[in-house]
Ligand binder design. Structure first.
Ligand SMILES: [Zn+2]
Ligand SMILES: [Zn+2]
Length: 384
């Protein structure tokens, strides 16, 4: 805890002892921008400098702490001073009028200061920040039959973990900010003397993070992370099938420390159509026909999914259940060609016969009485 005693916070911030609050703030701003970890990727020196100037600013920007510091220095000639009030709630911080967006101009917003401080937090003492690719995200969307065939752009609402919006990921209740841990001075490590062995162990005060929060953010309880939702526009290509999984690159969770975002996977559910079915690039439809249309032949109208109905010719003596193929009326494929519409004819047996129809059918029965349609089948069954 005595390391602070040798520190000259004025020198660290490059200001005279007589500097005004505005001068201190301006100098801190310039230095913080210069030594900001984002601008000095991987530099341990920059990280150390950033922590030192933040520590100095934490003290000098607080009128009460600055006075205590000045008093201690005048008394001990620069020695013996400790950061006062390190665990006092509400102390320190960057002050209420501090403009974060201004300080890190250009990087404000979701990926701004919060991520940087969050990065320092997660990093722990001494380890380097590594760019981390965002997680892949999986979601589901329900499409109409037609949209699945034609392709559509859908709005997907994604929920995931990200920096807490209230504290920008710092974990500190705004407008306060995390402070360099007074016990380990940001290293996250503490030396411990155990029977003659010098051991280094994670700092208990900051749990190895190197920084502490006096006043935790009420939204995330100091974790700096929160569930948030965002809306993503996703283009679903034409011709997707029910249950298909579509990969949309770079639309997953955002990366950390400059890492690439993850991918988004969309599982498609296709709602059934009341008339048409689908098998790959072919559409299917079952058409009711009368017994006489099959027996005598007919031209019948068949609906298509896109455009007007088409007429198909049924030759005399067509068996029930026969499939007719109408080319080009199915699903458009990637190569631009369209599959076929498969039309199955199915006899609709009349339920309510008028007198004339009944009499005509009885005449038919009489006229065909000699032929037993099962005769051949019965004979073959008996042979085995
Ligand atoms: Zn928060
Ligand atoms: Zn610590």
């Amino acid at each position: 805890m005595s390391a602070n005693s040798q520190k000259d916070y004025y020198k660290t911030l490059g200001v005279p002892k007589t500097a005004t609050a505005a001068e201190i703030k301006k100098s801190y701003r310039d230095l913080a921008r210069k030594w900001h970890p984002d601008a000095n990727k991987g530099s341990a020196e920059a990280e150390e400098r950033f922590k030192n100037i933040t520590e100095a600013y934490n003290v000098l920007s607080d009128e009460k702490q600055r006075k205590e510091y000045d008093d201690a220095r005048s008394m001990f000639g620069g020695g013996g001073f400790r950061v006062p009030g390190g665990t006092r709630p509400g102390s320190g911080g960057f002050g209420t009028t501090f403009d974060l967006g201004d300080l890190f101009g250009g990087s404000a917003g979701d990926s701004g200061l919060g991520d940087v401080l969050g990065g320092i937090f997660r990093r722990g003492g001494g380890t380097q920040t590594r760019a981390r690719r965002g997680a892949d995200v999986e979601t589901e969307t329900a499409l109409s039959f037609g949209d699945a065939i034609d392709g559509v752009t859908v709005s997907l609402r994604l929920t995931g973990e990200g920096p807490c919006k209230v504290c920008s990921g710092t974990g500190a209740k705004p407008p306060s900010m995390p402070k360099v841990c007074p016990d380990c001075h940001g290293t996250g490590q503490q030396a411990r003397n155990l029977g003659g062995f010098g051991l280094s162990e994670p700092c208990k005060t900051c749990k190895g993070r190197g920084m502490v929060v006096d006043d935790p953010c009420t939204e995330c309880h100091g974790s700096g992370r929160a569930m948030s939702s965002r809306t993503v526009q996703a283009r679903i290509p034409p011709g997707v099938a029910d249950g298909q999984r579509i990969r949309i690159p770079d639309r997953g969770a955002p990366g950390e420390s400059g890492g690439k975002p993850g991918d988004l996977y969309v599982r498609v559910k296709v709602k059934p159509h009341p008339v048409f079915g689908r098998s790959g690039s072919e559409l299917t439809v079952t058409i009711p026909v009368t017994i006489t249309e099959l027996a005598l032949g007919a031209d019948i109208k068949v609906p298509t999914h896109h455009g007007p109905a088409v007429t198909i010719h049924i030759p005399p003596g067509t068996p029930n259940g026969r499939v007719f193929r109408v080319p080009g009326k199915g699903v458009r494929r990637k190569d631009g060609a369209a599959g076929a519409l498969l039309v199955t004819v199915e006899v609709a047996v009349p339920q309510d016969l008028n007198k004339k129809a009944r009499s005509a059918l009885e005449d038919l029965r009489a006229a065909t009485a000699g032929a037993d349609p099962r005769e051949d089948m019965l004979r073959r069954a008996a042979q085995e």
